[in-house]
Design a binder for this molecule. Structure first.
Ligand SMILES: [Zn+2]
Length: 175
């Protein structure tokens, strides 16, 4: 979480509260780190979903995965920043919609509110669909369609590229 951006990314805080409550079904609270709420998966869930997941400011995983430095960089150093970028973008678009309503006399605030509130990880979802353009590449790697959609989504390609760039430049994956 980037503290300075919080006034512009507050919609992610609201979404995080909902996600945190849902995540408690699959795990238990394991504290906070840099403003990100950690959830330690229950064993039964970790067996079925052995991945680290970070949506909004809520990160869940096994105990070991939550400690992993490169996973932290990937999830928080990259994905959380992407969520924040999209939240700020939603502020701008919602602002334009609101301004349009103000200038023309139309009632646009419900739409503006919806755009603002949805800003964040939700806006990454279309990336899974456009990732289908990499179906051929995915097939070459022996991936199923769902895996190609996940791994070749723009935000995922960006995250892996940022990790590689950071390491190549001598970074230690500390954020
Ligand atoms: Zn990722």
């Amino acid at each position: 979480m980037t503290l300075a951006l919080l006034p512009f990314t507050f919609q992610i805080v609201l979404q995080s509260i909902v996600l945190w409550l849902i995540a408690l079904i699959f795990g238990k609270p394991a504290g906070f780190r840099e403003g990100v709420a950690l959830i330690r998966w229950h064993d039964w869930w970790d067996y079925r979903w052995p991945f680290v997941t970070c949506i909004c400011f809520v990160m869940g995983g096994s105990d070991r995965a939550l400690q992993d430095r490169s996973l932290w960089f990937h999830e928080v150093g990259v994905h959380v920043k992407q969520f924040e970028d999209l939240a700020v973008l939603s502020d701008v678009i919602a602002g334009v919609v609101l301004l349009y309503g103000y200038l023309t006399g139309h009632t646009t605030w419900p739409l503006a509110l919806g755009i603002w509130a949805s800003g964040g990880p939700l806006w990454l979802v279309p990336n899974f669909l456009t990732a289908l353009r990499f179906r051929k590449a995915g097939k070459e790697l022996g991936w199923r369609t769902w895996r190609t959609m996940y791994m070749m989504s723009e935000h995922e390609r960006s995250a892996f590229a940022q990790e590689a760039q950071f390491v190549r430049n001598g970074g230690t994956l500390h954020t």
